[in-house]
Design a protein around this ligand. Structure first.
Ligand SMILES: [Zn+2]
Ligand SMILES: [Zn+2]
Ligand SMILES: [Zn+2]
Ligand SMILES: [Zn+2]
Ligand SMILES: [Zn+2]
Ligand SMILES: [Zn+2]
Length: 425
């Protein structure tokens, strides 16, 4: 309720109300965020029986498997049940992992939830994160010796975390990109540079006739030239943007125009439609080959990508084979993204505790719905007036005050209904 603390005498009428709403909304946001990582994971059953889980919250136990031993990862439920008092590293989420709890990597521990595991999970991939070390600099997080404030960003390919300053290219504002591919992964998957020229949220400017693309932070760059020159239609059916601003604008426009492919609330029908969309696009030829025929640059840096960029990747037979060879087939899977996982968590939880207002509304007739909405509007108006009193007096709104308001509102409503009268303001 901190937002209501400001002296309100000089404020315009609506401000105190808005700030309270802001506070409530922020609360919800924080709650959503906290739920997001855990949301898609089961907190009671070991995930082992599900095999290699597409994406789950993972932990490493430095009590059971300290540095120098074999790395191992454990599921959310096991982190509570089998390692409750141990020192755990939170690994956020990782893809295609099967819980190791109690298998041959653990010398003195039996899993309480699913003891019958195979000796090892050969499909699991491990890195220094499993010993609590991150980035190319292999430091812990938080790092007591690091005084430079810097955010850690997860690479969507290798899933390691990186300091913003150790990526070879300064990250854009965090709201301006959705996913990042680290330096090493860009080197390993050079085909992404052809897409980066069109899609990536990176500072790209054209010099002269647009013949030489120049990326910020000169050095280590390689210009791939083309016989056709730069001014031609690109494979995405748009004109080649003249400068970086255009690229960013177009990317942003796409974000709003297109449905969010990662939203898990989408119907299968929609999904089927999107797949069909892909197929018709790739039938006309390989998007990657078209992009490669154009000018693009390779440099030694990470790249930053907007929402839904993965849906632009070519899915022709050759490209799919290449993704398989490079072990990045997940790039074409819209449900692989952390965003999709988080949304799934939110949807699952929403299903657990549905919004009572919406539930009630959907079970009502039209007339009842209108009445309820009128009542809701009454409530809003009265609450606004009620809160304004506090603002005028410059006092803080407390939980009890809100409770009292609802009690009064309820009794007023009862009186109205008893009198067979209904006001709708
Ligand atoms: Zn487990
Ligand atoms: Zn442990
Ligand atoms: Zn366990
Ligand atoms: Zn680093
Ligand atoms: Zn990477
Ligand atoms: Zn292709």
């Amino acid at each position: 309720m901190a937002g209501a603390e400001e002296p309100a005498g000089r404020q315009s009428e609506l401000e105190p109300v808005v700030s309270l709403v802001d506070v409530l909304e922020e609360d919800e946001e924080l709650e959503n965020e906290a739920c997001a990582v855990l949301g898609g994971s089961d907190s009671e059953k070991c995930s082992y029986s599900q095999g290699s889980v597409k994406r789950q919250a993972l932990y490493a136990c430095s009590t059971c498997t300290p540095e120098g031993e074999e790395p191992a990862g454990i599921c959310l439920a096991c982190s509570y049940e089998c390692h409750g008092s141990h020192k755990l590293f939170e690994l956020y989420t990782k893809r295609n992992f099967r819980c190791d709890c109690g298998n041959s990597k653990f010398k003195n521990l039996e899993c309480k939830l699913f003891p019958d595991k195979a000796k090892i999970n050969s499909g699991n991939k491990y890195n220094a994160n499993f010993f609590g070390l991150y980035c190319v600099c292999k430091r812990p997080y938080p790092d007591p010796e690091d005084e430079i404030p810097d955010e850690m960003i997860q690479c969507i390919v290798c899933e390691d975390w990186f300091h913003g300053r150790h990526l070879g290219a300064i990250p854009p504002e965090s709201g301006d990109f959705q996913e990042m591919v680290c330096q090493a992964c860009m080197k390993r998957c050079p085909f992404l540079w052809a897409y980066a020229a069109q899609l990536a949220v990176t500072k790209v400017t054209t010099e002269d006739d647009g013949l030489v693309l120049n990326v910020d932070g000169v050095g280590d760059q390689e210009v791939i030239t083309t016989e056709n020159g730069a001014h031609q239609d690109n494979a995405l059916g748009e004109d080649v943007p003249e400068n970086r601003k255009t690229i960013v604008k177009e990317v942003k426009a796409e974000q709003t125009d297109e449905p969010c492919t990662s939203s898990s609330s989408e119907s299968d029908l929609q999904k089927a439609f999107q797949n069909q969309h892909f197929n018709t696009e790739s039938q006309s030829g390989c998007k990657l080959q078209e992009l490669k025929a154009k000018q693009f640059i390779k440099k030694d840096s990470a790249t930053y990508w907007p929402l839904n960029w993965r849906s632009k990747l070519c899915t022709c037979k050759d490209c799919m084979k290449m993704y398989g060879d490079l072990d990045v087939l997940f790039l074409t899977d819209e449900y692989d993204t952390v965003l999709a996982y988080e949304n799934k968590g939110k949807v699952d939880q929403a299903a657990d505790r549905r919004d009572p207002l919406m539930d009630t509304l959907s079970s009502m007739s039209r007339v009842q719905q209108v009445e309820l909405i009128c009542e809701y509007n009454d409530l809003k108006t009265e609450l606004k007036d009620y809160l304004k009193r506090f603002a005028d007096e410059g006092t803080v709104v407390k939980r009890e005050d809100i409770q009292q308001f609802f009690e009064e509102f309820q009794s007023k409503k009862r009186r109205r209904v008893d009198g067979m009268q209904y006001y709708c303001s």
